[in-house]
Design a protein around this ligand. Structure first.
Ligand SMILES: NC(=O)c1ccc[n+]([C@@H]2O[C@H](COP(=O)([O-])OP(=O)(O)OC[C@H]3O[C@@H](n4cnc5c(N)ncnc54)[C@H](O)[C@@H]3O)[C@@H](O)[C@H]2O)c1
Length: 339
């Protein structure tokens, strides 16, 4: 069986590739990634020579190239992680979010239709539901919660979800969608909250926290997300949405304080900065559906996962320092030539 996985040089996609190569030793993976600023091919270096793995540098918006690759590889399963994923960047420059996240998804689904894939899986986000008030801890996002987006990022992801569901209904494309809460773990680009705070701490730089840091996110260890997508691919029902996450809610400020404590740095490094425009207050997933249908629940408690993550960044300083210095771009060029 051949899986075509897009965005595999990014955070979650790379973790998913490692998971799938190990969990499915009979299967092959073709990874498609444009290597934008968020793609780091050094992450995939350990598997570049694996005969069950192929890396293709390609923009998912490049219709002709994508169609040709699907004709050549004939994938049975497509998992689309490729996206512009940073909310702040979507506020600065929405255009590229519409191109990759919406048009790119459309191209992949057209290619999937033409190739007659057995499954097209769209990796989405709980941000499509908007946010919940802080004073209603009893409320959670279910798959029935109306889409109510706040940022150009979440709007582009919601548009892609609707497009995917329409391809299922109109063309019979065997689509599944997962909407996951905030991920953390190894190989996350150091512009996102947790790796940003760890790397700034280790450089004794200020730790910029939006507003008062009271925003709540439902944190999921990336390996748990990978297992959830694998379960959906194996036994999920086509045409269905599955929420992924659950009951690991943390306030941003508490995470930053925890990182300071774990790294032995003073909380005086924390600086409060003007809040993000349209900043969502609370996300919280109800995972009842994926638990009941597929037996999935998160396995890693936040208290354990965050310590493991901090230690991973301590032990892989070269990985994130090369991103901060920009050296990873040269590595991307060199490794792209090799594959
Ligand atoms: N990180 C989270 O907490 C989180 C939570 C829920 C859902 N998601 C979703 O999961 C997916 C992966 O997120 P991530 O955090 O790993 O993102 P990321 O930014 O780390 O990685 C994105 C990858 O996609 C590639 N890419 C971007 N545009 C492309 C294009 N046009 N063609 C081909 N490749 C392209 C990049 O080079 C990069 O390797 C996204 O769809 C995101 O919306 C992320």
């Amino acid at each position: 069986m051949t899986y075509l996985i897009t965005g595999g040089a990014g955070f979650i996609g790379s973790n998913f590739i490692f998971h799938m190569l190990e969990a499915h030793p009979e299967d092959r993976i073709v990874c498609v990634d444009k290597l934008t600023y968020a793609g780091n091919l050094a992450t995939l270096e350990p598997v570049l020579d694996n005969p069950r793995f192929r890396f293709v540098r390609m923009d998912i918006c490049d219709r002709e190239a994508v169609m040709a690759l699907f004709r050549e590889e004939k994938p049975e399963v497509v998992v689309n992680f490729a996206a512009e994923s940073h909310v702040d960047r979507s506020i600065e420059n929405p255009g590229v979010f519409l191109e990759t996240n919406i048009l790119g998804t459309g191209v992949l689904m057209d290619a999937s239709r033409a190739a007659g894939v057995a499954r097209y899986h769209q990796v989405s986000t709980d941000e499509v539901y908007g946010d919940l008030p802080l004073d209603r801890p009893d409320l959670f996002f279910t798959e029935e919660t109306p889409l109510h987006t706040s940022s150009p990022y979440s709007s582009s992801k919601a548009a892609a979800d609707l497009l995917a569901l329409s391809y299922h209904r109109t063309f019979g494309l065997p689509v599944t969608i997962s909407r996951c809460s905030n991920n953390y773990g190894p190989y996350q680009f150091p512009e996102k909250l947790i790796p940003l705070m760890i790397s700034n701490c280790l450089h004794d730089r200020p730790l910029p926290v939006y507003g008062e840091g009271l925003n709540v996110r439902d944190w999921l260890y990336v390996e748990d997300h990978c297992i959830a997508i694998d379960r959906i691919l194996q036994d999920g029902r086509v045409g269905q949405v599955y929420n992924v996450g659950g009951h690991n809610e943390m306030r941003n400020i508490d995470i930053v304080r925890l990182i300071c404590r774990e790294l032995g740095k003073p909380v005086s490094l924390i600086t409060y900065v003007t809040d993000r425009k349209g900043h969502d207050m609370r996300y919280a997933i109800d995972p009842a559906k994926i638990h009941a249908e597929l037996g999935w629940l998160p396995q890693t408690r936040f208290a354990d996962g965050i310590v493991a993550t901090i230690h991973w960044y301590l032990e892989h300083r070269d990985w994130w320092e090369s991103i901060l210095s920009g050296a990873y771009r040269e590595t991307n060029e060199a490794l792209s030539v090799r594959v």
